[in-house]
Design a protein around this ligand. Structure first.
Ligand code: ADP
Ligand code: MG
Ligand code: MG
Length: 875
C-alpha cells in the first residue's frame, strides 16, 4: 500500500485516505491554483502507527523521497543551505475538526538555517520571528511544553519595549526571545532544542499522529459523533510567509457570510502575520473588505479564486490564504461551518442560483440546525442595559450567570446552572466549557476566531471581539469603565445582534423565515414518512398545524381530566362505590370531554386526530396521601373529628389506600380500566361521537380515530372494538346521520407485538407507544431508571445511549419490526405510526422510516425537526 502521496497525486474524492485538508489541497493543485507544494502521509499510516510504532521506520524512506522531490521543485534544501526549505506539518482528518489537532509551522529552522533564511529574505527580524514561533509550536505540540511560559516571555518583552503587538518587537529583541524560548524548552523537555531538521520532521509527524488521540480531539469527536477509527493524515507543506513585512499577510475568508448566509466574500486578515494569528485572536484582524483598499490586485485574485472554488465544490467554502510579498497563496479550503440560519439561507439561495438541486439543499440542513432555529431570540423590546457591543459571531440568545473558566462552566452547568463563558479569547482546550455554556463572550478575536467557529458549530450564541470591555481572568470580572459584572452575575448574550446585556433579557419565540419554510416544504417532497404531532388541546393542535403536522397522533384524554374544574368530578368517579355513582360522575365528565373533542377535531379539520382512551392508573387523579392527612389533622384540631367532612376525607384516604399498587406502571391502567369499568370507555366514546355529530352537522370534514392503550391480547382489542362500534351504530341510528371513524391500538407491551397479527384482525391502525414499549421490553421503570442507574450505564459503556432518548433498535426495534410485519400480513392497509417521544428524535425517525411506518408523531415543537429528519431518512 502507498502511504505517501504528493499533492499532484490526490484529489477531493480521496478524503478518507488523505484527510479533508490534504485531499482539498491536492484538488486545488489539480485546478492550477497557487498552492505551496507538499505531500501527505495517509490516514492509514496513522492507524498503522497506532498499532505499531515501528511502522514509521518502514515508510520513512518514502517520506525522505517525497521531501527530496519537494526540494527539487522549490529549489531549496530542507532546513539547510543558502535558501533553506521550511515546511509546515499539519494534521488533517477525513472530517474537519477545526483547531482540534496540531500543526507546526516553520519546521526546519535551527541556529544556522535561521541565519540563511535571514540572508535569503534580507530580513533578519522575519527569520527570528519565524524561529520563535517554531520553537513555541514545536515545543508545545511535540514535547508538551506549556505555552504560557513562552507567552510570558513575549508579554514581558512587549511591556519592556512599551509596544502592544508581537509584530512591533524589533529584531534584536526577537533574537533574545529565541534564546529564552530555547531555555524554556530545555528546562521543560529536559534536553536541548533539536537542531536536526529530519529529527524535527519525524518527531512532528509522530506528534500529529498522536494528536488524533488527544483529549480535546476525543471530546470533539464525541460531541460531533465522529468515529475514532478514521485516523488523521499528515500534510507536509512548504512554507510561505505572511510575516515578511507590510506587503504580506494572512487571512481566512468564507464565500458567504457564515453567520447570516449573505452572499459576499466574508472574512478577516492581518498584515504582516503568520498562520494562527488571525484565528487565535492575538490582534483583532481587519475585515476582508479592507484588503480591497490595501492590496486591490490581491483582493481581486482572491475573489476570483474563492468564487470558483465555491462553484467547483458547490458549497460555501472556508478558505485560508497567505500573502507573501504581494503574491497570494491558498493554504486550505473546506466546506465552511455555518450557523443554522445561514445553512438554510445558503441552501435556498444555491438552489435559486442553479448551483444545487432541492434534494441537496434539504440534505445540507441538519435536524440539529432546524432545532436551533426554533430557539428563542432576545425580544427586540427588551430594555436591558447594553454592557457591550461586539461582533454577532453566532446567532441566538443565551441567558446565564457569568463565569470565566471552562472547568468552572462545566461544574456550574452540572449543578443545573445556566452559564455564560466569558474569555478574552478561547482556545481548543476550552471546548468542554464552550459546550457546557449557554453562550460565549470574548473581548478579542473576530468572526473567524476559535470561539466564533466553534460556537456556530455547536449552535451556541456568541459575541466575539467586544473590544470596549475588559475581561479580567484573575479578578473574574467584566468591566467597562466603572461598570463591573462579577462572576455569578446574570447577563444576556444576543449573538444575533452582537450585544451583551445586563441581567436576563426577555426572550421571544423564534419566527420562521421564508427560507426556512421553503426548506421544510422541500423536505416534505422527499420524505415518505408523514409527521404528525402529539397534542391534547386546540392550542396544541393549532401550533402543530402551523409547524406543518399532518395529523394528531396522540391526544391524551387524561390531560383533560387534570384541569382544575374536572379533577373533583374525576375524583368523585374514582371514589364512587357503585355503578350509579360512577355513571353520575361520568355524565358530568362527558359534557366536558365532548367540548374538548369538538375543539381539537375542529381545529384539525381535514386531518386525522387519534384520541386515546383513559390510560393512567386511577391513583394519579387522587390527592396525595400527605395532603389528606394534613387536611384531616386540621379538621381534628378544629374539633371536627366526627363531622361529615372528616368522614369524606377518611373515605378518600381509604380509596387511595386501596388503589396502591406495587408496580403502578404495570398495574391497573390502560385498557384494563375499561375492561373492569366499561362505563368509562363508553362515556369517552360517546363524548367523541357526540362531538363528531355536531361537527358533521356543521359540515366540517373530520377524521376521528379512537386508540385503545396498553392492549396486550386480541380479546382486549375485540372487547373495545365491539363496544365502540355498537355505540357508534347507536348514534348513527338515533341521528340518522353517518360518519366515519377508526379504532386502533397502541403497541406498547411486547406481547402485543408478538400477537400483532391477531390484534390486527380487530384494529384499523397501530401506534407504537415506545415510552412504555421501552420500559416493558427492557424491564426498566423509566422514572427510576433515569435517575438511578441509566447514567452509570452510559458512563460505563453498558448501553451506548439512553434508550428512552434514542430508540433501541436491537430489542425495541426488533419488536416493532415483528409487529409491522405481522400486522400488515393480516391487514395490508394497516396504518402504523409511532407516538412515543422517540417520534421527534432524528436517529429514531430514520429507523421508523426503515421499518416502513406511515408516520411519526412528536411534540408540536419538534415537528420541523421531524420533517427534516424524515426527508433525510428517505435520501
Ligand atoms: P488548522 O487545521 O488548525 O486550521 P492548519 O494546518 O490549517 O491548522 O494550519 C494552521 C495555520 O497555519 C493556518 O492559518 C494555515 O493557513 C497556516 N499554515 C499552514 N501551513 C502553512 C504553510 N505551509 N505556509 C504558511 N502558512 C501555513
Ligand atoms: Mg486550517
Ligand atoms: Mg403508554
Amino acid at each position: 500500500e502507498k502511504y505517501v502521496y504528493s499533492f499532484r497525486e490526490g484529489n477531493a474524492e480521496m478524503k478518507n485516505l488523505l484527510g479533508g485538508k490534504g485531499a482539498n489541497l491536492a484538488q486545488m493543485v489539480q485546478y492550477g491554483l497557487p498552492v505551496p507544494q507538499g505531500f501527505i502521509l495517509t490516514t492509514h499510516a496513522c492507524l498503522e502507527y497506532g498499532k505499531d510504532e515501528k511502522f514509521l521506520d518502514g515508510i520513512w524512506g518514502d517520506v525522505v523521497a517525497a521531501m527530496n522531490a519537494l526540494e527539487k521543485e522549490t529549489g531549496k534544501t530542507f532546513g539547510s543551505g543558502e535558501n533553506p526549505l521550511l515546511v509546515s506539518v499539519r494534521s488533517g482528518a477525513p472530517v474537519s475538526m477545526p483547531g482540534m489537532m496540531d500543526t507546526v509551522l516553520n519546521l526546519g529552522l535551527n541556529d544556522e538555517s535561521v541565519e540563511s533564511l535571514a540572508r535569503a529574505s534580507s530580513d533578519r527580524r522575519f527569520a527570528f520571528d519565524s524561529y520563535r514561533r517554531f520553537i513555541q509550536m514545536y515545543g508545545n505540540v511535540v514535547h508538551g511544553v506549556n505555552g504560557d511560559a513562552f507567552e510570558e516571555v513575549l508579554e514581558h518583552a512587549k511591556k519592556t519595549l512599551g509596544v502592544t503587538f508581537d509584530n512591533e518587537i524589533p529584531e534584536k529583541d526577537l533574537v533574545e526571545v529565541v534564546a529564552k524560548f530555547k531555555e524554556i524548552f530545555k528546562k521543560s523537555a529536559g534536553f536541548d532544542f533539536p537542531s536536526d531538521p529530519w529529527q524535527q520532521l519525524r518527531n512532528a509527524v509522530v506528534a500529529v499522529f498522536r494528536s488524533w488521540g488527544n483529549p480535546r480531539a476525543v471530546t470533539y469527536r464525541k460531541l460531533h459523533k465522529i468515529p475514532d477509527t478514521y485516523g488523521t493524515a499528515v500534510n507536509i507543506v512548504s512554507m510561505v510567509y505572511g510575516n515578511l513585512g507590510d506587503d504580506c499577510g494572512t487571512g481566512v475568508c468564507f464565500t458567504r457570510n457564515p453567520s447570516d448566509g449573505t452572499k459576499e466574500l466574508y472574512g478577516e486578515f492581518l498584515v504582516n502575520a503568520q498562520g494562527e494569528d488571525v484565528v487565535a485572536g492575538i490582534r483583532t484582524p481587519l475585515p476582508i473588505a479592507q484588503l480591497k483598499d490595501a492590496m486591490p490586485a490581491i483582493y481581486d485574485e482572491l475573489f476570483e479564486i474563492t468564487t470558483n472554488l465555491e462553484k467547483a465544490y458547490k458549497d460555501m467554502q472556508d478558505i485560508e490564504f497567505t500573502i507573501e510579498r504581494n503574491k497570494l497563496y491558498i493554504l486550505q479550503t473546506r466546506n465552511g461551518k455555518r450557523s443554522a440560519g445561514a445553512a438554510v439561507k445558503i441552501a435556498v439561495d444555491m438552489v435559486n442560483e442553479g448551483l444545487i438541486d432541492k434534494k441537496t439543499a434539504v440534505g445540507r440542513v441538519s435536524p440539529e440546525q432546524v432545532e436551533m432555529l426554533l430557539h428563542r431570540q432576545v425580544d427586540p423590546k427588551a430594555e436591558n442595559e447594553v454592557l457591550a457591543k461586539g461582533l454577532p459571531a453566532s446567532p441566538g440568545a443565551g441567558v446565564g450567570i457569568v463565569c470565566f473558566d471552562a472547568d468552572d462552566a462545566v461544574e456550574l452547568a452540572k449543578s443545573g446552572k445556566k452559564v455564560i463563558l466569558a474569555r478574552p479569547e478561547t482556545c481548543p482546550d476550552d471546548i468542554h466549557g464552550l459546550f457546557a455554556a449557554e453562550a460565549i463572550v470574548t473581548s478579542r478575536g473576530g468572526m473567524t476566531s476559535h470561539a466564533a467557529v466553534v460556537a456556530r458549530g455547536l449552535g451556541k450564541p456568541c459575541v466575539s471581539g467586544c473590544e470596549d470591555i475588559l475581561i479580567d481572568l484573575n479578578k473574574e470580572t467584566i468591566s467597562k469603565g466603572d461598570r463591573v459584572v462579577r462572576k455569578g452575575d446574570t447577563i444576556t448574550v444576543d449573538g444575533s445582534t452582537g450585544r451583551v446585556l445586563i441581567g436576563g433579557a426577555p426572550l421571544k419565540e423564534a419566527s420562521f423565515s421564508e427560507d426556512f419554510k421553503t426548506v421544510l416544504s422541500w423536505s416534505d417532497e422527499f420524505a415518505r414518512l408523514q409527521v404528525w404531532a402529539n397534542g391534547d388541546t386546540p392550542e396544541d393542535a393549532r401550533r402543530a398545524r402551523s409547524f406543518g403536522a399532518k395529523g394528531i397522533g396522540l391526544c391524551r384524554t387524561e390531560h383533560m381530566f387534570m384541569a382544575a374544574d374536572r379533577l373533583p368530578v374525576m375524583q368523585r368517579l374514582v371514589v364512587a362505590d357503585s355503578y350509579e355513582e360512577r355513571v353520575k360522575a361520568l355524565d358530568e365528565l362527558k359534557v366536558m370531554q365532548k367540548e374538548d373533542f369538538y375543539g381539537i377535531l375542529k381545529e384539525m379539520q381535514g386531518l386525522p386526530v387519534i384520541i386515546r382512551l383513559l390510560d393512567p392508573p386511577l391513583h394519579e387523579f387522587m390527592p396525595k396521601e400527605r395532603d389528606l392527612e394534613e387536611e384531616l389533622a386540621e379538621l381534628v384540631a378544629a374539633g371536627k373529628e366526627h363531622s361529615p367532612e372528616a368522614d369524606g376525607v377518611r373515605k378518600v384516604m381509604a380509596k387511595v389506600e386501596s388503589l396502591k399498587e406495587s408496580n403502578p406502571m404495570l398495574g391497573f391502567r390502560g385498557c384494563r380500566l375499561g375492561i373492569v369499568y366499561p362505563e368509562i370507555s363508553a362515556m369517552q366514546a360517546s363524548a367523541i361521537f357526540e362531538a363528531v355529530l355536531q361537527l358533521v352537522d356543521e359540515g366540517i370534514d373530520i377524521h376521528p380515530e379512537i386508540m385503545i392503550p396498553l392492549v396486550g391480547v386480541k380479546t382486549e382489542m375485540e372487547f373495545f372494538r365491539k363496544q365502540i362500534d355498537e355505540i357508534a351504530k347507536d348514534y348513527m341510528e338515533k341521528s340518522g346521520k353517518k360518519f366515519s371513524y377508526l379504532v386502533g391500538t397502541m403497541i406498547e407491551v411486547p406481547h402485543a407485538a408478538f400477537v400483532a397479527d391477531q390484534i390486527a384482525e380487530h384494529a384499523e391502525f397501530f401506534s407504537f407507544g415506545t415510552n412504555d414499549l421501552t420500559q416493558t421490553t427492557f424491564g426498566y421503570s423509566r422514572d427510576d431508571a433515569e435517575g438511578k442507574f441509566l447514567g452509570h450505564y452510559e458512563d460505563k459503556g453498558i448501553l451506548p445511549v439512553n434508550p428512552f432518548h434514542e430508540l433501541d433498535r436491537d430489542g425495541v426495534g426488533a419488536l416493532m419490526e415483528i409487529a409491522v410485519e405481522k400486522g400488515r400480513k393480516v391487514n395490508p392497509k394497516l396504518s402504523i405510526g409511532i407516538c412515543g417521544e422517540h417520534g421527534g428524535n432524528p436517529s429514531s425517525i430514520a429507523f421508523c422510516h426503515a421499518v416502513g411506518l406511515n408516520y411519526v408523531s412528536c411534540s408540536p415543537f419538534r415537528v420541523p425537526v421531524a420533517r427534516i429528519s424524515a426527508a433525510h431518512a428517505a435520501m
